[in-house]
Design a protein around this ligand. Structure first.
Ligand code: HSE
Length: 298
């Protein structure tokens, strides 16, 4: 039996659409063992909604590993315990994909190396910005090269916390991608190149002042605000309450505010402004973490 613990993630970090993401200290676990049939059980977040048959994402991801190394996929007993809320922009599907792939690779005695795991999870998920920090921890910057996935982990030295306001309603990534335009203006593209580059620089040089000014975006947030009541107001008010940068987490609907010290005021404002727009939300204070998926084998 293997047990894999996988962290939540926040993708995009504002301007780094489909390119950057960060691991957070909230976890899902996947227990997996060879069995005579497929048996899936779930506890925690999504326990009454997650599919328990062959369409389950964790199972499908595990099967991709068996297929890739040309091994017959046997029956599996899988138990999932989820802390990451489903379809809220905190990487629940990435955690499922990474959990399935890493657990199956461990069951097979690790035939796939890190680069192969990174490429497989990215192909399954469609973009690297959630799956890679879930796999490797820290902040990851990534994108496809000509024939391989290019990625680099950044280990920021700054002490920051992430206040997340998690709305009660789910938002499917597919729906949040459907509102995006197929082309953008040269000015907006330039704006994001500029901000994403400055953001990476701020993280590498631990420049909090710069970080606070560069988590802006013109490629996805302006379109997605139509799906999330109060989104722009929550962002503006959290900034005014002292947050460094405030962004949509992944495809939303969660909003994430980076803070340094006492974040009480930011927490209160985010909850109040969402509620003023009729959105109930759960506030959590998470810490960025440097390690990704961990394996326990017994
Ligand atoms: N980069 C993706 C998006 C993350 O914003 O659509 C969601 O999985």
């Amino acid at each position: 039996m293997v047990k894999v613990t996988v962290p939540a993630t926040t993708a995009n970090l504002g301007p780094g659409f489909d390119t950057m993401g960060m691991a957070l200290d909230m976890y899902n676990t996947v227990e997996m063992a060879i069995h005579d049939s497929l048996v899936i059980t779930v506890s925690g977040e999504g326990e009454s909604d997650i599919s328990l048959n062959e369409t389950n994402i964790v199972y499908q991801a595990a099967k991709m590993v068996f297929d890739q190394v040309e091994q017959h996929c046997p029956g599996l007993r899988i138990h999932l315990h989820n802390e990451v809320p489903v379809a809220r922009g905190l990487g629940s599907s990435a955690a499922a994909v990474v959990g399935g792939v890493v657990a199956a690779n461990a069951l097979l005695d690790n035939p796939l190396c890190e680069q192969e795991l990174a490429e497989l999870v990215t192909k399954i998920e469609g973009h690297p910005d959630n799956v890679l920090p879930a796999l490797l921890g820290g902040v990851i910057v990534a994108g496809w090269g000509k024939d391989k996935l290019l990625y680099q982990k950044i280990v920021p030295g700054i002490q920051i916390e992430a206040v997340v306001a998690i709305p009660e309603f789910p938002l499917a990534t597919k729906k949040a991608r459907e509102v995006l335009p197929s082309t953008v203006s040269f000015q907006d593209a330039l704006f994001n190149v500029n901000r994403a580059s400055l953001l990476v620089t701020a993280l590498i040089t631990n420049n909090l002042q710069l970080l606070a000014e560069v988590m802006e975006d013109r490629l996805h947030q302006p379109y997605r605000c139509t799906l999330i009541p109060g989104m722009n107001e929550v962002i503006e008010n959290a900034k005014a309450a002292g947050a460094l940068g405030v962004v949509l987490s992944g495809a939303g609907p969660t909003i994430l505010a980076l803070t340094t010290d006492d974040s009480k005021q930011v927490q209160t404002v985010m909850k109040e402004v969402f509620e003023a727009h009729g959105v109930k939300c759960n506030i959590r204070v998470l810490k960025p973490i440097l390690s990704g998926a961990k394996i326990d084998k017994s």
